[in-house]
Write a protein that binds this ligand. Structure first.
Ligand code: SF4
Length: 367
């Protein structure tokens, strides 16, 4: 297959759906880690076509959703109180902080800018030598290389007014945290193809072995996902646990070594708080000590109280796969994309947004 349409071919989709109905003999709980996979499953109506025995659990793979409330408050504080030019990707702007969102801060006059690349933020810093510029660096292993590159560019340019506020999270430690939880029901994972494009497959072998849980790395198109689910169900039905790579047209064993090299120059692994989930050891990236002049957390004194999460939003349970978005009492009533109570309703990778935009009433399976 070479062309995108082939990965959306209705006949091929039907073939895999039929195969799933044939090979699935018992109930299986599978987690798709990535929010992009969740959106594709929901948007393309795949959940309702699959056997009822397959329960797809939506994982915590939406970087905007897991960015802690406190960091959003810090970004707002920097924009409002420290007069910095605060740059971010668009999704972050509408996520509610404890009192307001970055978008509301912008509406109130703060200099908050939406960018498509952190390198644009470096250019803004170069063009505004009298202003501090902070890039809110959110994301998984996929966005980390570009954010790291922005730091290297700023260092090469000798810029003193550029820094990043990091909220980088890593997928494998989150999978281990899910599997280690006493209440875990996940029996197999669809691994996120774009993360493995950067990181390769190495980190996943120990997870498969230690937790005796199969992982199939997949892409994001309907045929990718269904082929990956077929591969996973075949393993589960046979009692096997292996790492398999459905996305081999993009993901290779070693990943992208150049990208990893850039990350390694700038970041070091650290414990990281995930919104709604808690702190997971070694699950994030911080800027290395020798580059701390580019770390907004170190550069600015940010004294703000740690705020409480909204009691109404059950995003933590959604992100841990304990509840489906449409089981939240606020879903589609008090919480909509226009008036979101939590990040999963805002982000383009959020599970609540996927259900809101693409699901038909009654079509989606219950947890
Ligand atoms: S529907 Fe809204 S309130 Fe409910 S979990 Fe999702 S984001 Fe939170």
């Amino acid at each position: 297959m070479k062309y995108l349409t082939e990965y959306r071919d209705a006949d091929v989709v039907e073939k895999y759906i039929n195969e799933l109905h044939k090979i699935t003999t018992q109930h299986w709980n599978i987690m798709e880690v990535c929010g992009g996979q969740t959106h594709s499953l929901v948007k393309n109506g795949l959940l309702s076509m699959m056997p009822d025995k397959i329960n797809m659990i939506h994982g915590p793979g939406c970087p905007v959703c897991v960015t802690p409330l406190n960091l959003i408050d810090k970004a707002i504080y920097l924009a409002e109180e420290k007069n910095v030019i605060l740059c971010s990707f668009g999704d972050m702007l509408r996520v509610p902080g404890s009192k307001k969102s970055l978008l509301e801060a912008k509406a109130n006059g703060a200099d908050v800018r939406i960018l498509y690349s952190p390198l644009e933020a470096v250019k803004i810093a170069k063009d505004n030598p009298n202003r501090e510029v902070v890039f809110f660096a959110v994301g998984f292993e996929t966005t980390a290389p570009a954010n790291a590159l922005s730091v290297l560019h700023a260092a090469r340019e000798g810029l003193k007014n550029y820094s990043i506020l990091t909220s980088h999270v890593l997928v494998p430690p989150a999978m281990e945290a899910i599997l280690s939880d006493d209440t875990n029901i996940v029996q197999g994972f669809l691994g996120a193809g774009h993360v493995c494009t950067i990181m390769g497959l190495e980190e996943y072998y120990p997870i498969v072995e230690n937790y005796k849980t199969p992982i199939v790395v997949t892409g994001f198109e309907p045929v990718d996902l269904l082929q990956g689910i077929v591969m996973l169900i075949k393993q589960l039905e046979k009692g096997e646990y292996k790492l398999e790579n459905q996305y081999s047209r993009v993901v290779n064993e070693n990943g992208n070594e150049a990208a990893r090299n850039i990350m390694e120059q700038v970041f070091e692994t650290s414990s990281r708080e995930w919104r709604g989930i808690g702190t997971i050891p070694y699950s994030g990236f911080d800027v290395k000590k020798e580059l701390e002049q580019f770390d907004a957390n170190k550069k600015f004194t940010i004294n703000i109280p740690k705020a409480e999460e909204s009691k109404e939003c059950i995003a933590g349970e959604v992100l841990r796969g304990k509840k489906k978005p449409n089981q939240c009492p606020m879903f589609g009533t008090k919480c909509t994309p226009t008036f979101p109570l939590g990040a999963p309703m805002v982000s383009s990778e959020g599970a609540c947004a996927a259900y809101y935009h693409f699901s038909q009433a009654g079509e989606l399976q219950e947890a």
